[in-house]
Ligand binder design. Structure first.
Ligand SMILES: Nc1nc2c(ncn2[C@@H]2O[C@H](COP(=O)(O)OP(=O)(O)O)[C@@H](O)[C@H]2O)c(=O)[nH]1
Ligand SMILES: [Mg+2]
Length: 331
């Protein structure tokens, strides 16, 4: 009996996906999550179907209302006729699954709407990094025909930074009280915000956050051509201010499109893809050709408790690779 998992994508599943089956769409995302060996094949098929959906990251410290903002923005975008996928990166292990429940309930308004697809992905190692499948899931939803892809992180640090690399636009959500600003500054996500949204504007202290942010933006004012990012307030739980948020997102998308920034982001992602696959391949080839893996393991073991730096060994490996290349060219 053949117990090997199939190496090929089932033609039926692909056909169902092409015909717009939501179940097939969800299955493709699961395959990308669980079967790295199928990535090249699935992604290769997805590329010609992608129509350039805009990827919007919704990020910020825990509890500021990212899920509430995501849900309210989804409502606005639906009214405007956009279709959307919402990807939420779930920090809890696949087994406990608790923290996302609140978000699910909040997103419940959209369940049953064929123009919205909600998906949670388990975070990398359960410790808050973005799931490696996140950008690939975005490709699935783009190919499925969604106009917008909202990617909500859970506010535990690493995921915030990871998300910046795979989205076109970042909405940084903060709340009254300057503690969050300090946290965002520390996490290095401040510079990444394309739109700043102070949520919970129904609560006291909004002016102080606005002043602090304007002060921070002011520090960049000397840079030639600097335009401070849009700074908005909203109370997402009632929807107050959310139509302005939606309009601003549309304006920023239009601006980024005009300026070629969406295209540039896409180019960067493609370049990174090519680099990563080649790096993997070269590394495997190198290990195959040189049989160096046992040596590398041994050297790493020796270095572990020695306090010695690995760089002399790395230099030695590099010069061995260079010598092999010269040898190839001569022969
Ligand atoms: N007062 C107030 N509470 C809000 C607002 N938006 C969200 N919340 C509440 O803040 C809490 C955290 O919201 P959530 O969307 O889960 O935050 P997240 O952790 O950033 O996703 C929930 O209890 C929300 O109901 C708002 O505009 N005003
Ligand atoms: Mg949330």
């Amino acid at each position: 009996m053949n117990t090997q998992p199939s190496r090929v994508l089932s033609p039926e599943l692909w056909e169902q996906f092409r015909q717009g089956s939501r179940i097939a769409c969800a299955r493709l995302v699961s395959l990308l999550e669980n079967r790295p060996d199928l990535h090249p094949e699935i992604r290769h098929r997805l590329f010609p179907l992608q129509r350039g959906a805009v990827r919007i990251g919704i990020t910020g410290p825990p509890g500021v209302g990212k899920s509430t903002v995501t849900s309210a923005l989804t409502r606005q975008a639906r009214v405007a006729g956009h279709t959307l996928a919402v990807i939420a990166v779930d920090p809890t292990s696949p087994f406990s699954g608790g923290a996302f429940l609140g978000d699910r309930i909040r997103m419940q308004d959209h369940i049953g709407d064929p123009g919205v697809f909600i998906r949670s992905l388990a975070s990398r190692d359960g410790h808050g990094g973005l799931s490696p499948a996140t950008p690939y899931a975005a490709e699935v939803f783009d190919a499925f025909g969604m106009d917008w892809i909202l990617i909500e992180t859970v506010g535990v640090g690493q995921a915030e930074l990871d998300v910046l690399n795979c989205v076109d636009i970042v909405i940084l959500v903060l709340q009254p009280g300057t503690g969050d600003i300090i946290q965002a500054l520390k996490a290095g996500i401040m510079e990444a915000g394309d739109i700043f949204l102070i949520n919970k504007a129904d609560q006291p202290g909004v002016d102080m956050v606005l002043d602090s942010l304007r002060f921070i933006f002011q520090m960049d004012a000397h840079r030639p051509g600097y335009v401070p990012p849009p700074l908005l307030t909203a109370a997402a739980h009632t929807g107050t201010g959310m139509s302005e948020v939606f309009e601003t997102v549309e304006q920023v998308i239009a601006k980024f499109r005009r300026e070629g920034r969406l295209r540039e982001k896409r180019r960067q992602r493609l370049e990174q893809d090519i680099r990563e696959y080649i790096q993997q391949e070269l590394w495997h080839r190198y290990l195959q050709l040189t049989d160096a893996q046992p040596e590398i393991t041994r050297v790493a073991r020796e270095l572990t408790d020695s306090g010695r730096s690995p760089f002399p060994y790395i230099e030695q490996l590099k010069s061995r690779i260079r010598m092999e290349r010269n040898h190839d060219q001569e022969s």
